[in-house]
Design a protein around this ligand. Structure first.
Ligand SMILES: Nc1ncnc2c1ncn2[C@@H]1O[C@H](COP(=O)(O)OP(=O)(O)OP(=O)(O)O)[C@@H](O)[C@H]1O
Ligand SMILES: [Mg+2]
Length: 246
């Protein structure tokens, strides 16, 4: 497997407090990775740095086989380069149907005139059907998104991100507020999505992480505390002390 994202020696301080402290790790092509760790460990800040929302004080972030440096690139350019991010709160257009939301997400050109004159082709409709199937919303295509359950809205947003065909998808606490059945389905969607791209999932729900069945990185005070299988990291005494044993 080749390295898709390489974070090395990254440090970020907020008013002198080091939220990320000499952080280094790698994500491979089409890898599924879980990131866990106590509140304030720097998990969300890590995603902010990779997506260009927060600029690190030191370190390198290299992307893709050409080793493109992401530091200093705008959020829009990083998204164009192939990194998609799902926030905790869904941001679907509530008045639009599932189909319309997915169709909108399919378009690469989001400039106002391009949006206004966009006529979906037959292949666009096929793509939307495929996406709806990937997120388990094929029966809900014509429903107004505002009427969907919280879980369904989250899946729709994942589908909208997949429509952009990111090479790396970052997902922050997808299971929050979901029913157990919705959580299970979310795991399945992410596992499937990670077959054709890399997916990094931050999650506190250990059952959820177990079902992802992937390599786990434990963050603590802005650095990697442990890495490996879930069984491996949950046996680590440092991990038990700072995270599991509380
Ligand atoms: N914009 C900011 N300004 C100041 N401090 C910040 C900012 N963003 C994050 N922090 C601080 O950085 C630390 C890491 O926060 P972060 O949100 O990355 O943690 P987290 O691991 O995502 O935690 P949680 O599990 O609670 O979501 C925290 O102490 C937080 O208060
Ligand atoms: Mg967070």
């Amino acid at each position: 497997m080749t390295t898709l994202l390489e974070v090395s020696g990254v440090t970020v301080s907020f008013d002198g407090f080091r939220a990320i402290n000499n952080l280094s790790f790698r994500i491979s092509d089409a890898e599924l990775r879980a990131v866990i760790g106590p509140n304030g460990a720097g998990k969300t800040t890590f995603m902010d740095i990779v997506t260009g929302k927060t600029r690190p004080d030191a370190g390198h972030i290299l992307w893709g086989d050409k080793g493109l440096s992401l530091i200093g690139m705008s959020e829009a350019r990083i998204a164009q380069a192939g990194i998609g991010r799902k926030f905790q709160k869904p941001t679907v257009f509530e008045e639009q149907t599932v189909q319309e939301n997915l169709m909108m997400a399919l378009r690469k050109d989001r400039r106002p005139l391009a949006v206004l004159f966009f006529k979906p082709s037959r292949s666009d409709f096929t793509r939307v059907d495929d996406l709806a199937e990937q997120i388990g919303l094929q029966e809900a295509l014509l429903r107004v998104s505002g009427e969907l359950s919280h879980g369904q809205k989250q899946w729709l947003e994942i589908g909208m991100l997949l429509a952009q065909e990111p090479q790396l998808l970052l997902v922050d606490e997808p299971a929050a507020g979901m029913t157990p059945a919705e959580r299970e389905k979310t795991t399945a969607i992410l596992v499937e999505a990670a077959k054709t791209r890399a997916v990094v999932v931050v999650e506190h729900d250990m059952e959820f992480v177990r079902r992802l069945n992937c390599k786990v990185t434990v963050l603590h005070e802005g650095s990697v505390l442990a890495e490996g299988s879930l069984d491996h990291v949950t046996k680590n005494q440092d991990v038990i002390d700072v995270y599991l044993g509380r």
